[in-house]
Write a new protein. Sequence first.
Length: 795
Amino acid sequence: MRPRLPDTKLKPAAAPPRRPPPPPAAARLLSTAAPPSDPCHLQQQQQQQQLDLDDHIARGDLTRARHLFDRMPDPDARAYNSLIRAYSWRGPAHAAGALALYAAMLRDARCPPNKYTFPFVLKACSALQDLRAGRAIHRHAARAGLHADLFVCTALIDLYMKCARFVPAAAVFHAMPARDAVAWNAMLAGYALHGMYHHALECLLRMQEGCASLRPNASTLVALLPLLAQQSALCQGKSVHAYSVRASLHDKDGVLVGTALLDMYAKCGELLYARRVFEAMPIRNDVTWSAIIGGFVVCGRMTEAFGLFKDMLAQGLGFLSPTSVASALRACASLADLHIGKQLHVLLAKSGLHSDLTAGNSLLSMYAKAGLIDEATALFDEMAAKDTVSYSALVSGYVQNGMADAAFLVFRKMQACNVQPDVATMVSLIPACAHLAALQHGKCSHGSVIVRGMAPETSICNALMDMYAKCGRIGLSRQIFDVMPARDIVSWNTMIAGYGIHGLGKEATALFLDMNNHACEPDGVTFICLISACSHSGLVTEGKRWFHMMAHKYGITPRMEHYISMVDLLARGGFLDEAYQFIQSMPMKADVRVWGALLAACRVHKNIDLGKQVARMIQKLGPEGTGNFVLLSNMFSAAGRFDEAAEVRIIQKEKGFKKSPGCSWIEINGSLHAFIGGDRSHPRSPEIYQELDNILVDINKLGYQADTSFVLQDLEEEEKEKALLYHSEKLAIAFGVLTLSEDKTIFVTKNLRVCGDCHTVIKYMSLVRRRDIIVRDANRFHHFKNGQCSCGDFW
DNA sequence: CTAGGGTTAG
């Protein structure tokens, strides 16, 4: 019986033309003078062809090699093996060719595969992660009496390991009559590939035990070091370094070991050592440069990373690779340095690397993070090849730029194009649901994540917790938090922040204390979440206490963001002067955002005098961003200085800052209904406005009076009341009152902060219409019930 | 040996 042909995932290449291969007459005439029937001559010719074949392969010219091979009248096993070997080393694209050639070899009864064939076809299977083909080849090898061959077994271990079949790999390994360092390395590298630190370490120790003790070689270290880097196992990394020096391993494979070492140091945060290893390397390649540049970027040392990138370019373009550009682009993205980013774009185009997928994805992400979402979209459309990463980058780009609805469209397009979403895609998409407070979409995404088996992933759980919290289901957030298999610092921070926006300061504090019991160290973000949770609950004294604890007990130096939270805490709590004093005492110059927090509170507490002072500060610093223009203009309006208010708005317009219109939306049966102030585009507008008018009549009876200080424009008093009455949040709530049955909570989301008048009106609405109303604004949750709001006066 | 997309804060 003929052996079964191995399966290949890719379409096998056509088998080379076999006997009788009528050699083209012209070719024969050119290549030979003697008659072809001379056996001696044939042998010579074959030898020459084999030499030529090896020569092409040595020069890496596989096309020529294949061409020559196809013309060989009578290829022997050696010729097959040479080409199979060459294919098997060239990555997945050529691995399919190797398997096809092997299949042809099986059909060619005159030269059966031998012990030089099997290891290389197995290597090709490993590149393709084709277990079925691998098992078939294993059977062929066993039939050829090679089941215990060192090379066959090692290749088989490599294949099983790559496919995460640890038990069969170990079985082959233990059945081997003898094991050399390469076999041990295959086991160790397999464990390292899957991040199995303890298994890999045990391999390392065991190989050095017993009478057949083997010393780790350069390959061992090169497999081991990335694992140590991932674990931030600096001490072990250092001993590996020492060992490599003692064993003179740095001489033979200086580039590989050196690069792995410097990468390990960089990932452990030891840039000084990384740099020293780098400087000491006599030979560097493109990977070395990528590793050192990437190391500085990962540690946040962007300027030095750019410096290294320039050093690299100073040596010519020989070391330039998509990888190093990707790291540099990441630095641009995090610094929002569009200038350098564009230069890198040009550099990529000039060096012909712009069609590289990695480089394209980095560019796309850089533009999206810089806020140039149109550029990013254009780039995406132009990309010849797109993968999961490209789609995910665009999804998160839209979310980051506040276009959550567009993110869903990209996601749908991705599915239509049969590109499979992975963990990162879903982690990008779920915040879109959170942003829209689209609970139905969120639940759908949750379901999809469960179906795809991603539900236990920490980052997925974190995103889901945040989504449920922002959709008003803090209980569901806590459920996920309680059952998730592993929690990281983001999980704790997300949960604390979730309690914060719900005004549950006590719960946030309790969770923070619990964190210490779980041996989880709080970070800078934890305290921002905690202090803002206190701020939303009016726990001013506690917030102040945490701020001091942060520096003195936890050794975290306050950043600008912490000062913003503190000013918000003090000012929102009514301690405006103390907040002002606090800003004065800051060790650094206060940011516009710090003053903005104070200004917002001045507005809430209607402290015009201080507000004017703060407004002057903000004007001096330059308002930077729409929010402060709006606050500034509001301040002047509230003080009755409408000319100045108008002036601010004109400057805002001139500078190109668009105020995003106040927009509120409500999800009914999975569809979102959005409203802007005075909006009459909704089909049920007449009913909605009628309902609002009715409500106004009812609440006026209860003593409500419009607080027209929240109207920005210079209007007649009655007009002002109208402008207030039709604020977007009121429209959305009225629509909710009309469409939802009385037992349902009305959940409305607003992109800006709820104004003071709306806050009062909604309290009354909850009373006269006997409804539970939740409004999520840009800041927090407001739960209105029986004429009260959960936030009391702290909104 | 390196590298692209992702979750928390105001």
